[in-house]
Design a binder for this molecule. Structure first.
Ligand SMILES: *Cc1c(COP(=O)(O)O)cnc(C)c1O
Length: 383
């Protein structure tokens, strides 16, 4: 059996090695390391794939979030609502720009921002909402957009974990993650569902004015070279990364299916399990399974991880601490029990290995290891 990785980038690369190598060597030979034609070509291909009218590549997913907030002209003191159960990058840029991150709890089924809690947190200072499509499934975008419209708020979708995921509205309309709100932001970090071989990111929008502002901000605040309208940043996707992404975008659907196969395998093995709760699939969204995240109930999670590690099976806790308990986000201003769903999730979530090249042998081995562990535990209970 091949060794089990949390994310097996090696096996994925080997499969498309000749295409990738050729694409990278093409960039080397052209020496157009910045602004090579691959960058715009990839942006156009991603726009076509997602259905977004405009795609602007940038240096990473965190930059994408920051540029989005700068493009919407958010000002210090403005409040931006996001979930407390997410990767720190989402709230980090809010604080970095002098905006006020307002954290709210998540839905216990989808792990995404709870629309009710979100609406309750709106004040006269609220300017934007950042739903995160956590683990590969869209947040409840119809309700979120409805609330945003009523309160005149911007919506920035953080789709770093959910590229390719599709949301269905109640009238049957389908839209991809990142194309529903005013701006979508994503990351091409190597382990993401569409990952490059370094850092990369992009912004998606259907609004031409916003798209032009984003381009200007990402390019030092200039539309015309050496004429700077606003303070911007330097955030570019380099040509080598664009060349890799151009190849890998062709396989994104295949990669999604492979992840869904793994998720279905785990679901089948652990449905109705006494100690593991499988992820809930929201009928309104497809799930592209950036992570496959169980909830461990009635068993010590650390013991489960230790048992897995002893069998050379990696596992991860996404995330061990909600943002409101992070020192950087002013943990002392919050109290235990303030966001009970997120706090409980941090104590019981366990993400299992999932990647595009996993095979049945590996999956069977993981499932058996977990079931053996449960059998040992039951024996201890009855002894
Ligand atoms: C990975 C990730 C980011 C940040 O992306 P980088 O490219 O690493 O900056 C932001 N938000 C979420 C939800 C992520 O998973």
């Amino acid at each position: 059996m091949r060794s089990i990785q949390m994310v097996d980038l090696q096996s994925q690369y080997i499969k498309i090695k000749s295409e990738i190598d050729e694409a990278i060597f093409g960039v080397l030979e052209s020496t157009r390391f910045i602004k090579g034609p691959q960058v715009e070509r990839f942006a156009a291909n991603l726009a076509e794939y997602t259905g977004a009218s405009f795609v602007v590549p940038c240096a990473n997913g965190t930059d994408a979030l920051q540029i989005a907030m700068m493009a919407l002209n958010l000002k210090p003191g403005d409040e931006v609502i996001t979930a407390t159960f997410t990767y720190a990058a989402t709230a980090e840029v809010i604080a970095l720009l002098g905006l006020t991150p307002v954290l709210v709890d998540v839905d216990p089924n989808t792990f995404c921002i709870c629309p009710l809690a979100m609406e309750a947190a709106i004040t006269s200072k609220t300017k934007a909402i950042v739903p995160v499509h956590l683990f590969g499934q869209c947040a409840d975008m119809e309700r979120i957009m409805d609330i945003a419209k009523r309160h005149n708020l911007f919506v920035i979708e953080d789709l770093a974990q959910a590229i390719g995921s599709e949301y269905t509205f109640s009238d049957g309309t389908k839209k991809q993650a990142g194309t529903i709100g005013h701006i979508g932001t994503t990351s091409f970090f190597p382990s993401k569902n569409l990952g490059c071989y370094g850092d990369g990111g992009a912004l998606l929008t259907n609004n031409e004015t916003i798209a032009n502002t984003i381009k200007m901000i990402a390019n030092h605040g200039q539309r015309v070279q050496y004429y700077h309208e606003v303070i911007g940043v330097n955030s570019r996707l380099d040509t080598i990364q664009a060349a890799v992404l151009e190849v890998k975008l062709k396989y994104l659907d295949t990669y999604c299916s492979a992840r869904q196969y793994v998720a279905n395998y785990y679901d089948q093995a652990f449905k109705d399990h006494p100690y593991f709760k499988i992820p809930v699939r929201d009928p309104k969204s497809t799930h592209v399974f950036h992570q496959y995240t169980l909830q461990v109930c009635g068993l010590d999670r650390d013991s489960v991880r230790k048992h897995l590690a002893e069998n050379e099976i990696p596992s991860m806790i996404y995330y061990p601490l909600p943002l409101h308990f992070q020192e950087a986000f002013g943990a002392s201003n919050y109290h235990e029990g303030q966001f009970p769903v997120s706090e409980t999730l941090c104590k019981c979530v366990l993400s299992l290995p999932i990647s595009t090249e996993m095979d049945d042998e590996q999956l069977q081995y993981i499932v058996e290891a977990l079931n053996n562990m449960v059998a040992i535990y039951k024996n201890q209970l009855s002894a």
